[in-house]
Design a protein around this ligand. Sequence first.
Ligand SMILES: Cc1cc2nc3c(=O)[nH]c(=O)nc-3n(C[C@H](O)[C@H](O)[C@H](O)COP(=O)(O)OP(=O)(O)OC[C@H]3O[C@@H](n4cnc5c(N)ncnc54)[C@H](O)[C@@H]3O)c2cc1C
Length: 292
Amino acid sequence: MIKTLLSLGCKILRDELLFKHCSFKIGGPARFFIEIPNEHALLEFLKIVSDSDRYYILGKGTNVLFSDEGYRGIIIRLIEDFRKIYVLEDKISCGGGVLISEFLKAAIKNNLTGFEYLTGIPGTVGGAVCGNAGSKDEWISTSIDSVEVYINEKKQLINRKKIRFGYRESELKKCIITRVNFSLKKTVKNDSLKKIRENMQRRLETQPLNVPSAGSVFKNPNGFFSAGELIECAGLKGKCVGCAQISELHGNFIVNKGGAIAKDVLCLIDLIKGKVKKKFNINLETEIKMIK
Ligand SMILES: Cc1cc2nc3c(=O)[nH]c(=O)nc-3n(C[C@H](O)[C@H](O)[C@H](O)COP(=O)(O)OP(=O)(O)OC[C@H]3O[C@@H](n4cnc5c(N)ncnc54)[C@H](O)[C@@H]3O)c2cc1C
């Protein structure tokens, strides 16, 4: 398998430490870490990989917590062709590996609007669509026309209307998202830039962006209550376990103060869940994906 994939331009790393590939900066080694440059190589990978091989598709790793023991399988990431963007009038087509920030740049450059709520969300288009990323009341799914996916070895172009999206989730979890086609609106450029600046300023004021984290740890219960406020009211802001800390700035962020391990983060998650349940009788559900 390795020889074939190398000949197709894949980059293959053995025992690659996963902390290097996620925003939390936490995680042990993956047996294999494979970067896939194009559809041909992806298809070959999917043909070669056997049912007993575990694999996990990673975007930029900004919404995941890897285990300290690492991942006993293959982590794959889409690069090169999957990072290409095409623009035609009010339509943008992005490969699954395109960064959200690159998508925003392309939209601004072409005077397109309707995406400003994505400002400051790190990660890739594939990751964002998989988790229906967005703000409190706007989500990426609303701007999508269609999504190109691989389900096992079968390629499909699925119309947005046929995909079920929910609050921070989609039914595309079991697919590999290779391309996303968006429909935006033409705008006056400055209006868009103003919204982007305001959104970024709000993030800088309310989120601990200068320390490693994976963004919001919990979903807002019923998509309505603020998990951050519940955690704050439970008196947990600033609480540490090892080198992981519940952010003093935003109750729903756990930050890695340097050298935190997954077990520290998991202890804090259990602590928060227990306290919030006891105080408010609310069960918090994690938004970040635990990978082991
Ligand atoms: C500082 C900070 C702020 C954040 N703010 C927000 C916010 O405001 N709103 C919000 O929604 N999120 C936010 N996040 C979380 C995160 O950035 C988003 O969820 C982002 O969309 C994840 O993209 P990613 O490429 O990093 O995905 P990853 O973390 O790599 O993966 C997340 C999930 O997507 C899947 N996935 C990734 N790529 C693909 C693909 N090509 N095909 C199929 N599945 C795929 C993975 O398997 C995994 O299940 C924030 C994170 C940080 C660190």
